[in-house]
Structures are given as C-alpha cells and as structure tokens.
Design a protein around this ligand. Structure first.
Ligand code: ATP
Ligand code: MG
Length: 258
C-alpha cells in the first residue's frame, strides 16, 4: 500500500506547496510512482506544475463530492510516474458545501481507497488552515510533514497543529504519524534564521529533518515557469536540498519496512 503524506501547517507561506511540488517531482524523476493531490483552493501546486489549463472537470473537488471517481480525475505530469489531481476554484466552496455532509472528515480517505495501491507515495498539499480540507487530509494520511519557516514567529502556531494532530489521533486516525518537521527558507546570512533552526531542533529533536531548505530565489521563480526545481535549475541549492529531503523520506519508509 502506498504511503500518504499530508504537507500541512495552518500558517500561510511557509513552503507547503514548494515542498509538495518538489518532493513529488523528485520521487517521480526517480521512477517512483507518485500522486500529488492539490487540496488547496488557491491551486498553487496545480499551476506550479503548469497544469492550471488542464480539463477543469478533473479536480479533487469533483472526487471528494462524489461527482467523479478518483481514478477519473488523475492528470499526467512531465514525469511518467508522477500523476496529479488538480485543484480548481470550485474547491473554495467546499468548506461550506460540506457543512451538512456527515461524516465529512473521511471523504478523501474513502475516495483514496480505490487508487491507494497504485502509488508508492501520495503527497497532499494542504491549504493554510485547519479547516475541513486539512482535516480530510490528516484523516487520509499515514503521516504529516510540517514545513516551518526559519523566522522569529516560526514556533507560534505549532501548538495548534499539534493539538489538531492529537485530536485526529484520538478520533478518526489513530495511526497518524509525524513524518517530520522541515525547516524552510533558511537564510544563512542572518543569525536569527540560524538561531530559530537551532531552537526548533532543541525542542523537537529527532522529529526535525536533517535537510534544511535554504532561501533560494530559483525555488521562487520555478512555479511561474510551471516547473519543479529539478527541471528549472537542477544545479541550484534548492534542487540539491529537495533531492536530499526526498532521500530522507524514502529512507524513513525503508526503516519502517525493515
Ligand atoms: P500557502 O499557505 O499560501 O499555501 P505555502 O505554505 O504553500 O503557502 P509556498 O507557496 O510554498 O508556501 O511558499 C510561499 C512563497 O515563498 C512562494 O512565493 C514560494 O515561491 C516562496 N518560497 C518557498 N520556499 C522558498 C525557498 N526555500 N526560497 C525562496 N522562496 C521560497
Ligand atoms: Mg500552498
């Protein structure tokens, strides 16, 4: 069975989408069958892979609402082994539309059943909230990857996401694990950025990925070309570090199997 990883943090702009796109692309490039689900109405993962002009009826919204089978909303990407389920504007309405659906937390998990065996990794890019979409992602996932921007307020809000994870474990998904906390946008020229990283490691220890993603302008340029960093600038620091992170994720999985 494939491993499902939610990339979540209710704080905006911490690198969730950049991480989702680039880890998925690195897995796909290695020939590992991977699915990236864009669960954010903003659709940044979809457009970051140049898929925003794909067939608008192929969307995660249609699958969650039961209007299409999930196997019907898969879209091809630039890598034969990476499929994507895009997000469209319709998803903005989902929070409200799902208000009177019950149980609404397990809709994504239920529709993933059909295709879970077809992929080694399924990566879910979550929106910046802990609303019904993120709860669906956490309910459907084996683990959660939490990107954390190396800045002064980084740790603010961590309590909230950990409380949410605890509640999900106590109720709908007892096996939900922490894949890891990922330090992002590190600026090696400022002491503050380095100090924040050190504090996070002191506080969360083993749970923090060894790989740290530096602030790298090539990473922020790549989405406007609809490309992951390994195709936009394969020699950049951003490409190098996302490849390293991908190896850590693959090794985490191997250790569990052993
Ligand atoms: P949201 O909460 O809105 O979904 P997010 O958590 O998905 O945001 P991203 O969209 O990945 O965050 O990143 C926010 C912005 O920072 C984007 O413009 C992105 O290109 C840029 N960015 C992300 N990571 C880096 C990095 N390591 N170096 C430079 N820029 C980065
Ligand atoms: Mg995002």
């Amino acid at each position: 069975m494939g491993k499902v990883i939610a990339v979540a943090n209710q704080k905006g702009g911490v690198g969730k989408t950049t991480t989702s796109i680039n880890v998925s692309a690195c897995l796909g490039e290695k020939g590992i069958s991977t699915l990236l689900i864009d669960l954010d109405p903003q659709g940044n993962a979809t457009s970051g892979l140049g898929l925003n002009h794909a067939d608008a009826t192929k969307s995660i919204y249609r699958a969650i609402l039961g209007r299409k089978k999930i196997s019907e909303v898969l879209v091809d990407s630039m890598f034969p082994t990476l499929k994507v389920i895009p997000s469209t504007n319709e998803l903005f309405g989902a929070e409200v539309e799902l208000m009177d659906v019950s149980p609404r937390e397990s809709l994504l998990r239920n529709c993933l059943q059909e295709i879970r065996d077809s992929f080694e990794f399924i990566i879910i890019d979550c929106p910046p909230s802990l609303g019904v979409l993120t709860v669906n992602a956490l309910c459907a996932s084996d683990s959660v990857l939490i990107p954390l921007q190396c800045e002064y307020y980084a740790l603010e809000g961590m309590a909230q996401i950990f409380t949410t994870i605890r509640k999900i474990r106590e109720t709908i998904n007892p096996d939900l694990e922490i894949e890891g906390i990922l330090l992002t946008m590190q600026d090696v020229r400022t002491n503050l950025s380095l100090e924040v990283c050190e504090n996070v490691r002191e506080k969360f220890g083993e749970k923090v990925f060894k790989t740290v993603i530096p602030r790298n302008v090539r990473l922020s340029e790549a989405p406007s070309f609809g490309k992951p960093i390994i195709l936009y600038d394969k020699n950049s620091k951003g490409a190098e570090t996302y490849k390293q992170l991908t190896e850590e994720i693959i090794n985490n999985e191997k250790e569990i199997i052993r």
